[in-house]
Design a protein around this ligand. Structure first.
Ligand SMILES: Cc1cc2nc3c(=O)[nH]c(=O)nc-3n(C[C@H](O)[C@H](O)[C@H](O)COP(=O)(O)O)c2cc1C
Length: 205
């Protein structure tokens, strides 16, 4: 079983989502000693934004690419291959300004590749990344789940992964983190209860 662990918080050691994704991975590892984990820190790595230059690089024959284009294509392909090779993806997804961090959006832009992770046919779109399990660690200072202010965060991620054909999407949520120290503690307790259920869900699946 291959697991891809993604963090995107810019808050380093103070990050709630980084703490919780670590706990998710530790829990799944405890349930499966053979778990192979690949880690990508989107805040530390330079994940390039999709741009005209990216498309130009991809459209240039490999032997004619300049160094910048080669690096751009290499990173893009590495990100895509990691995603496609994984059975489980754990995504640290803080809410920044009502959506996901720009680093996470850039990663999503790199894994949406027509003909690889989705395709259009006469009957509409079809996701090609079926069978994967996605665990989203959702953190926010306020409370947004189920409301209009949450649409760009958890709802967006569900739509995006769903478009790729992924139906097994679970949320580990720690919200209201900035309300008070007590609220933060309660949010961690709730998130840890969800994490405790993940291993049994994977055994049952
Ligand atoms: C740049 C920035 C923007 C934020 N925007 C929001 C927001 O729009 N709504 C909200 O509820 N919390 C917001 N917060 C609070 C974070 O969601 C909260 O601190 C959470 O713990 C972030 O997860 P992290 O600690 O893993 O980075 C923001 C925090 C930062 C640093």
């Amino acid at each position: 079983m291959k697991l891809l662990h993604i963090d995107s918080s810019i808050l380093g050691d103070a990050s709630a989502s980084r703490q919780l994704t670590r706990e998710v991975v530790a829990t799944l590892r405890a349930a499966d000693a053979g778990l192979q984990v690949t880690y990508r820190d989107l805040s530390a790595d330079v994940t390039s934004h999709l741009s005209g230059a990216t498309f130009a690089a991809k459209g240039t024959p490999a032997e004619q690419r300049n160094l910048a284009q080669k690096l751009e294509v290499e990173l893009s392909e590495a990100i895509l291959n990691e995603f496609m090779a994984s059975d489980v993806i754990v995504v640290g997804a803080p809410m920044y300004n009502f959506t996901v961090p720009t680093q996470l959006k850039s990663w999503i832009d790199q894994i949406f590749v027509a003909g690889v992770t989705f395709r259009y046919s006469e009957t509409g779109p079809e996701g090609l990344a079926k069978g994967k399990r996605v665990i989203i660690v959702s953190t926010s200072g306020g409370k947004h789940a189920g409301g209009a202010t949450g649409v760009g965060h958890e709802d967006y991620l569900k739509v995006a992964f769903g478009f790729l054909g992924i139906t097994d999407i679970e949320i580990v949520r720690a919200d209201g983190l900035n309300y008070s120290p007590e609220a933060k503690q309660a949010a961690f307790t709730a998130a840890r209860a969800s994490i405790g259920n993940l291993a049994s869900a994977s055994v049952a699946a």
